[in-house]
Design a protein around this ligand. Structure first.
Ligand code: NAP
Length: 249
């Protein structure tokens, strides 16, 4: 069978996987949500923008003759994941999840305050400090906006489309960051609590080491539970093997 792979992307793992499939001469299309104005484009074919829910994705799979779908979206992109499970099941296209492991194995993970969602993250951070460094992403900020007395430093990749409380500072930046840079940033801001989510990977993990160095408490939002029955791989070689490709070639 000729492979025609759709990668649901938006992550560095997805880009690396697309490159590996291009090298293996596999037809691959990466799909990006279109949230970022200057996305790092993967190799191979690229499409940008939502599919239009489960129905739209199902139609796309059929029209494009997609043989396999790899959901390599961000661990917190649960809407896309659920749609992919439903659409692929409806047209019997095999689907796997490919995601970097979370930070649960990080050497300092046991010292962090693990919470279930962003409201709990705000409550925990409010107990721990007044100068929070909020790094859980632009789409999560609505959960913190009521904390108007905070001297928050917010780091986001894209400009915000809403106002923030007067004492907040917004910083536009995207990783990777070094531990030294993160230490300097947190010192400058007098950060007394770091709020993040369990994205995993090395790309944005320097802040965790920086917080440890500075003795700053860390609040981490746990990953959402994956849809039931979805096969999940953490290694690219396992994804290639699932596609019937030789990972060592
Ligand atoms: P989401 O809540 O799971 O998805 C919301 C909707 O956005 C989906 O129903 C879909 O629209 C569209 N969408 C999401 N990912 C898409 C993709 N790869 N290709 C085409 N359409 C996509 O997603 P999100 O949390 O907003 O994240 C959006 C994208 O940014 C994801 O691809 C993810 O990998 C990346 N990202 C997310 C985070 C995060 O923290 N959530 C962090 C870094 C990168 P339709 O229903 O119209 O198909």
């Amino acid at each position: 069978m000729n492979l025609n792979v759709l990668i649901l992307g938006g992550t560095s793992e997805a880009r690396a996987l697309a490159a590996a499939l291009v090298s293996a001469n596999v037809t691959v299309t990466s799909s990006l949500a279109g949230r970022v104005s200057r996305p790092r484009l993967p190799e191979g074919l690229v499409r940008i923008g939502g599919f239009g829910g489960v129905d739209g994705l199902r139609a796309y799979l059929v029209e494009e003759g997609v043989t396999h779908v790899i959901d390599a979206t961000h661990p917190f992109a649960i809407g896309m994941r659920t749609n992919a499970v439903d659409a692929c099941a409806q047209v019997s296209v095999p689907l796997v999840r490919y995601a970097r492991p979370g930070w649960v194995e990080h050497p300092y993970a046991s010292t962090w305050h693990w919470v279930d969602d962003y409201d709990e993250a705000r409550e925990a951070a409010q107990r721990l400090g007044k100068y929070p460094f909020l790094t859980s992403g632009r789409q999560t900020l609505s959960h913190y906006l009521s904390w108007t007395e905070a001297h928050a430093l917010v780091r986001v990749v894209e400009p915000l489309d809403h106002d923030v409380p007067d004492r907040w500072q917004v910083r536009l930046d995207r990783g990777p960051f070094t531990v030294d840079d993160e230490v300097a940033l947190m010192r400058d801001h007098d950060t007394d609590v770091l709020v993040t989510k369990d994205s995993g990977g090395a790309y944005t993990s320097a802040k965790l080491d920086a917080a440890h160095q500075l003795g700053i408490p860390v609040v981490v939002v746990k990953r959402p539970s994956p849809p039931r029955g979805l096969i999940e791989f953490a290694q690219q070689a396992d994804v290639l093997a699932w596609l019937g490709l030789d990972a060592s070639a």
